[in-house]
Design a protein around this ligand. Structure first.
Ligand SMILES: *[C@@H]1O[C@H](CO)[C@@H](O)[C@H](O)[C@H]1NC(C)=O
Ligand SMILES: *[C@@H]1O[C@H](CO)[C@@H](O)[C@H](O)[C@H]1NC(C)=O
Ligand SMILES: *[C@@H]1O[C@H](CO)[C@@H](O)[C@H](O)[C@H]1NC(C)=O
Ligand SMILES: *[C@@H]1O[C@H](CO)[C@@H](O)[C@H](O)[C@H]1NC(C)=O
Ligand SMILES: *[C@@H]1O[C@H](CO)[C@@H](O)[C@H](O)[C@H]1NC(C)=O
Ligand SMILES: *[C@@H]1O[C@H](CO)[C@@H](O)[C@H](O)[C@H]1NC(C)=O
Ligand SMILES: *[C@@H]1O[C@H](CO)[C@@H](O)[C@H](O)[C@H]1NC(C)=O
Ligand SMILES: *[C@@H]1O[C@H](CO)[C@@H](O)[C@H](O)[C@H]1NC(C)=O
Ligand SMILES: *[C@@H]1O[C@H](CO)[C@@H](O)[C@H](O)[C@H]1NC(C)=O
Ligand SMILES: *[C@@H]1O[C@H](CO)[C@@H](O)[C@H](O)[C@H]1NC(C)=O
Ligand SMILES: *[C@@H]1O[C@H](CO)[C@@H](O)[C@H](O)[C@H]1NC(C)=O
Ligand SMILES: *[C@@H]1O[C@H](CO)[C@@H](O)[C@H](O)[C@H]1NC(C)=O
Length: 629
């Protein structure tokens, strides 16, 4: 028994670390102090050109840091691109692309701009009309804070916060780092510290590797002090400068997962499945068990070349069995909360779930430390790959998107209702929707909670797993999950599929629109839902139909779970246009702009509409606030 709870703790930490991998941030600043330009002039053309190749140039370097320039003065453009260490190539690439695209959009004529942003990783994109490499710039500064107040003993909180942030700065700048001036891990740190009787503090800091250790320290200290001066009583925030970045939250976000001062935590409750039992069902288990050697030879011993990417639970490899069948192999992290028997039981159970819109689990392999899940291979990557890339997006017309929404609906309906297990997915998101050769959607990673030995019947969990932006308010704040939390994630997916935009960012310098859900609600209030529609489908779609889909999406993201329809109702609403739709209330995670005073910066008033003047203000300190609720 003692042994078991020890394993469980292991599992717990592992799970915590890998699941909380996507919480977006976007701290963008346009600067006109070094000059402005006329759109489409040679400088602008160089700027577009250099940003268009930046993602490739950054990922080509293993240190994930690139500097360079193109053109001839006065039209020469200098750039820096960087991803946080240990990003996946495609994640880094997507981050740089998305960030570049939004800089081009938001900084129409400023000769200098930078943005630290990202969802699954943090990346920096900066361009300028003067040399920037190796030089420390302290302005302009971006500052964002979360308006939620701490409501805990400030003295005790401050002790931990100050200790954590200063030890991180010391850590970054004292280790005579072996990383070179072109390696993004040179000045990077993330950390976690528990505040007694309160939440954990998670923090992340990074400098560009081209500046000196002294400059990095100065820059980070200033960021931390700036935050301390303005926003001590709030629940989190970001201070960014061209060469350094600081963020902290009361929840874990990507990167901030290295553990400092890990407290002992209670083991999660682990239940065994009543449905299958390996000793009773020996035959079934055999039929889905693969020999490790078979998998090794199918994947060329898990060669880098065969790697498809990294999912929430481990790395995924492509393989081919001797008989020519293509497979995808998920190599689970070595720690899991379960013993062998339970693990096998759960795989057998989940493998029985079969539906055209679910990725088929063919079997597993279990030998020593190695735990593998073998899936059918799905050729056309995942939905996010198409949806969030400006070029790829154009390949998805409305008919395809409608088909994708329909397929996802049926897949979830099956999990919730038609399979006897009543599986709650808990991590529905665009990157978990795979696309087959005919662009039919297939949901992946379902049943992982079972396979990992987490009780699905308990409706309240101390650890929230899932992906921020897709998680329902009651799940994020109270750890309560239910089929209705899947419905919320599904609603976000519908809105993303129609708009081609991510529901990202708690943080955007844009004071009016802080996430997609908020944006949609504002459009609803203005009776202009059609403005949401992705320009690349606007031509070929039936507007009434798309607006109905958006309306249904809005019903799914209602703040109160009981106001959200069930999957079977959603299915009816989507397929039967004569069914009248209820009027939605404001959604969960709707950002309101509140009145109030801030000692440092400018706050946006409700109704203030031009975000540009705000995002592009220069010397003046700018502070954005975000309301999580
Ligand atoms: C890029 O960085 C290297 C090394 O710091 C430096 O020598 C070079 O001048 C930089 N290139 C540009 C265009 O700034
Ligand atoms: C980035 O790489 C491309 C080739 O992919 C190259 O043509 C371009 O000059 C590079 N950009 C810079 C600024 O060096
Ligand atoms: C906060 O904590 C400090 C140190 O533990 C203690 O001295 C102080 O009384 C506490 N303040 C309140 C309001 O509880
Ligand atoms: C401060 O941080 C250090 C190292 O992270 C730790 O050893 C020490 O116990 C912390 N002190 C307090 C008061 O939290
Ligand atoms: C970057 O630095 C890290 C940590 O020092 C090191 O492991 C890695 O090999 C370096 N990469 C390159 C390309 O120098
Ligand atoms: C940059 O990285 C390359 C390897 O990717 C290495 O050979 C080179 O020495 C590094 N340059 C600097 C200035 O650190
Ligand atoms: C703090 O983080 C640790 C490690 O991830 C976790 O076990 C613990 O439950 C967290 N505490 C709170 C109050 O969230
Ligand atoms: C499986 O069934 C056997 C025989 O009924 C029983 O002894 C065993 O405890 C069960 N194992 C599990 C993991 O439920
Ligand atoms: C895989 O590795 C094993 C040793 O670990 C070796 O015997 C075998 O030949 C390798 N197979 C392939 C396909 O590389
Ligand atoms: C190939 O082998 C796998 C696993 O044994 C089996 O599921 C599949 O049906 C086979 N495919 C063909 C074409 O025989
Ligand atoms: C999807 O995959 C099929 C088969 O691999 C391929 O022919 C097709 O072009 C792909 N579609 C897209 C949009 O990439
Ligand atoms: C820079 O932007 C500010 C604020 O938008 C504006 O007041 C100022 O005139 C601009 N300066 C130049 C040189 O365009």
């Amino acid at each position: 028994m003692a042994k078991k709870s020890c394993e469980s703790v292991h599992f717990f930490l592992f799970f915590f670390v890998i699941s909380f991998n996507a919480i977006s941030v976007s701290a963008q600043t346009c600067d006109n102090t070094t000059g402005t330009f006329e759109p489409d002039n040679p400088y602008d053309k160089n700027r577009r050109l250099i940003l268009s190749t930046l993602a490739t140039n950054v990922t080509a370097l293993t240190g994930y840091y690139f500097n360079g320039s193109i053109g001839i003065a006065p039209d020469e453009v200098y750039t820096i691109g960087m991803c946080a260490p240990a990003s996946e190539d495609h994640v880094c690439s997507l981050c740089i692309k998305t960030t570049s695209e939004s800089l081009l959009q938001n900084c129409p004529n400023q000769a200098d701009a930078f943005s630290w942003s990202g969802e699954e990783t943090l990346c920096l994109v900066r361009y300028s009309n003067r040399p920037i490499s190796g030089l420390l710039n302290m302005t302009p500064r971006g500052a964002i804070y979360n308006t939620g107040e701490l409501n805990t003993n400030q003295t005790e909180f401050d002790i931990v916060w100050t200790n954590l942030t200063s030890s991180m700065i010391t850590g970054i700048t004292s280790s005579s780092s072996s990383s070179g001036a072109n390696n993004s891990s040179k000045y990077y740190s993330d950390g976690l510290a528990p505040v007694p009787d309160f939440k954990n503090i998670s923090a992340m800091m990074q400098c560009t590797p081209d500046v000196s250790t002294e400059d990095c320290r100065t820059c980070l200290r200033t960021n931390v002090d700036d935050y301390g001066h303005c926003c001590r009583k709030y629940q989190g925030g970001v201070i960014s400068r061209p060469n350094c970045f600081f963020r902290w939250e009361t929840y874990s976000f990507d990167g901030a997962t290295d553990q400092i001062n890990l407290p002992k935590s209670p083991p999660p409750s682990i239940t065994t499945s009543p449905v299958a039992n390996i000793t009773k069902n020996g035959k079934i288990a055999e039929s889905v068990q693969f020999d490790l050697k078979t998998i090794e030879s199918a994947t060329s011993n898990f060669s880098e070349h065969n790697k498809l990417g990294k999912g929430g639970f481990g790395e995924v490899y492509k393989g081919m069995l001797m008989n020519g069948t293509e497979i995808a192999v998920k190599r689970l992290s070595k720690t899991s909360g379960q013993g062998e028997v339970e693990f096998k039981n759960e795989v057998v159970v989940v493998a029985k779930l079969q539906h055209i819109n679910l990725v088929r689990l063919l079997g597993f392999s279990l030998q020593g430390e190695e735990k593998l899940l073998v899936y059918e291979f799905v050729p056309n990557k995942s939905l996010d790959y198409f949806l969030f890339d400006p070029m790829m997006r154009t390949q998805l017309d409305w008919t395809m998107r409608r088909n994708i929404i329909g397929g996802i609906t049926r897949g979830i309906l099956y999990l919730h209702q038609d399979s006897r297990l009543k599986i709650i997915h808990r991590d529905l998101k665009a990157s978990n929707i795979l696309l087959d050769a005919d662009m039919n959607p297939k949901i992946s990673d379902f049943g992982m909670a079972r396979i990992f030995g987490m009780d699905q019947t308990v409706a309240n969990t101390a650890r929230v797993v899932g992906t921020f932006g897709y998680m329902s308010p009651e799940y994020v704040t109270h750890g309560q999950f239910s089929m209705k939390s899947d419905v919320y994630s599904f609603g976000v997916l519908i809105l993303e599929i129609i708009s081609g935009k991510k529901n990202s960012s708690f943080y955007q310098m844009d004071g009016l629109v802080n996430n997609l859900v908020t944006y949609v609600w504002r459009l609803w209030e203005n009776k202009s839902l059609h403005d949401l529609i992705d320009p690349s489908i606007i031509e070929d779609c039936k507007h009434d139909e798309v607006v109905r889909y958006i309306h249904i999406g809005l019903l799914c993201v209602q703040e109160n779970p009981t106001e959200r329809p069930t999957m079977s109702t959603i299915h009816q609403m989507l397929t039967t246009s004569s069914i009248a739709l209820p009027v939605p209330l404001p959604p969960g995670f709707f950002f309101r702009n509140e009145q109030g005073l801030n000692p440092l910066g400018q706050r946006l008033e409700p109704g203030q509409s031009t975000s540009k003047s705000f995002a592009c203000s220069v010397d003046e300190a700018t502070i954005t606030e975000v309301n999580p609720r």
